[in-house]
Design a protein around this ligand. Structure first.
Ligand code: MN
Length: 212
């Protein structure tokens, strides 16, 4: 059966166009024309992914996401924010509201499909790009790099070279989403770095988070 996508979008033309294009790709699509309906439909249908327009009448996309992420039944559903404004503050606000990723309108379908697929879970709750540990999603690729790095080092600490590799994986214009945030926190709290790698990665993450 096709994976379910909920589109929350007030603009009828955009909503219909995106629905058609996603249905053609084999997804089951549900739509909501405002935030309140979006919350109701998220709860009733438990979609695999939610595409959330941020500028909605009455309840905006940020608040709608906050409420969806505040309910236990729907808190793990990935939300991808969509906005016509490509301002960097919007991205930060969306991630803070609990959105898992962010994309700009008009929609580039190929890019959006990549983001959607990134969040689709298998039966065990793990997606092609993430791993769920105690209900929290982590970037699978990054954790794999950490495993290799730790096994390669005699003292189990991550070297500067491997720290660079880790960061290179996530450091591109379209990343630093919720998954990268949780993954970096997990790595920081559960693994040891060599002293030079530790200094370097902390400074890099600070710089990079500040620039987003
Ligand atoms: Mn809108």
């Amino acid at each position: 059966m096709g994976k379910k996508i909920l589109i929350v979008e007030d603009n009828e033309l955009s909503r219909d166009m995106l629905s058609r294009r996603l249905r053609r790709k084999g997804y089951e699509v549900i739509t909501a024309e405002d935030g309140e309906t979006g919350i109701v439909k998220a709860e009733a249908n438990l979609p695999d992914v939610i595409l959330m327009d941020l500028s909605l009448p009455k309840l905006d996309g940020w608040e709608t996401t906050r409420r969806i992420k505040g309910m236990s039944q729907t808190q793990n559903i990935p939300v991808i924010a969509l906005t016509a404004h490509a301002m960097s503050g919007d991205r930060e606000k969306a991630i803070d509201a609990g959105c898992d990723d962010y994309d700009t309108k008009p929609v580039d379908l190929r890019r959006l499909l990549t983001k959607i697929q990134r969040f689709l879970a298998d039966g065990a709750g793990n997606g092609p790009y993430y791993k769920v540990i105690d209900g929290v999603k982590y970037d699978k690729g990054m954790l794999d790099v950490v495993d290799v790095a730790v096994k390669g080092q005699g003292d189990g600490r991550i070297s500067l070279g491997d720290a660079r590799k880790l960061l290179a994986q996530i450091k591109d214009a379209n990343k630093y989403t919720q998954i990268e945030k949780t993954t970096m926190a997990y790595i920081r709290d559960n693994y040891k770095f060599t002293d030079e790698a530790d200094t370097w990665i902390r400074a890099e993450i600070r710089k990079w988070a500040a620039s987003k």
